[in-house]
Design a protein around this ligand. Structure first.
Ligand code: 13P
Length: 253
């Protein structure tokens, strides 16, 4: 059975004290989330360590928002998978559209990053999604399918047990424009079918596929009710503990 997950991508928000406070607030309310819903928070690098300590012993797992495509050495400004693991993280987000768009993240780089993250024992939340122009041109299925193929088809069925896919249509991120439940579901189903073609039906059925893009307490229940939507990757609403937990509670609605 695949896991239901609600993950919070804090992006470049909060300084250390605010981040620790937010993590503690989420931890204090985590018991209100359904027991079968996993919670992950992804703070900025600078406070991964403090946040991991603040939520130690709770059900909350900590993720980085990115990791390097090399193991160590002369790569100024980069942070390796081993460094992320060593401060108490169990996950890293990879391939977020903001990284693809602003920092030249390519599918080729994401293959390397995913390999290194898995080798360190981290789980990977791989983001895929089309931009507005691609959606308007009717290319959304093809774009997501090729991102999945270019990255995940380099991995094994066993590796897939530690990989979550997040579908985040770029036009819905931070815009207040959510994909409708139907728009999201048809892409999720397509992603699952694409995975089944390579890894078989069982692996595809067991893969958690999250929706991200203006997901909030008021629309989470409808999205999560779709058969191929297993939770959310939350941006803005993850910066408020109440909203983040309310989204996790949407599974009960
Ligand atoms: P918003 O929820 O702010 O639209 O961001 C979604 C996102 O990009 C999560 O990774």
């Amino acid at each position: 059975m695949r896991k239901k997950i609600v993950a919070g991508n804090w992006k470049m928000n909060t300084v250390k004290e605010q981040g620790v406070e937010l993590a503690k607030a989420v931890a204090a309310k985590a018991g209100e989330a359904p027991a079968n819903v996993g919670l992950i928070i992804a703070p900025p690098f600078t406070h991964l360590c403090c946040v991991a300590k603040a939520v130690e012993g709770t059900k909350i797992a900590v993720a980085a928002q990115n990791c390097a495509d090399h193991t160590s050495g002369a790569y100024t400004g980069e942070v390796s998978a081993a460094m992320i693991k060593a401060v108490g993280c169990s996950w890293t987000i990879l391939g977020h559209s903001e990284r693809r768009q602003y920092y030249g993240e390519t599918d080729e780089k994401l293959v390397e990053k995913t390999k290194l993250a898995l080798a360190e024992g981290l789980g990977v939340i791989l983001c895929v999604g089309e931009n507005l122009e691609q959606r308007e041109a009717g290319e959304h299925f093809a774009v997501c399918e090729s991102q999945i193929k270019n990255v995940l088809f380099n991995f094994s069925a066993d590796d897939m047990a530690r990989i979550i896919v997040a579908y985040e249509p770029v036009w819905a991120i931070g815009t207040g424009k959510t994909a409708t439940a139907e728009q999201a579901e048809e892409i999720h189903a397509h992603i699952r079918k694409t995975l089944a073609g390579k890894f078989g039906a069982k692996v595809a059925e067991d893969t958690t596929i999250l929706y991200g893009g203006s997901c909030k307490p008021s629309n989470a229940a409808e999205l999560f009710a779709q058969k191929d939507i297993d939770g959310g990757l939350i941006g803005g609403a993850a910066l408020k503990a109440d909203d983040f937990i309310a989204i996790a509670k949407a599974f009960e609605a």
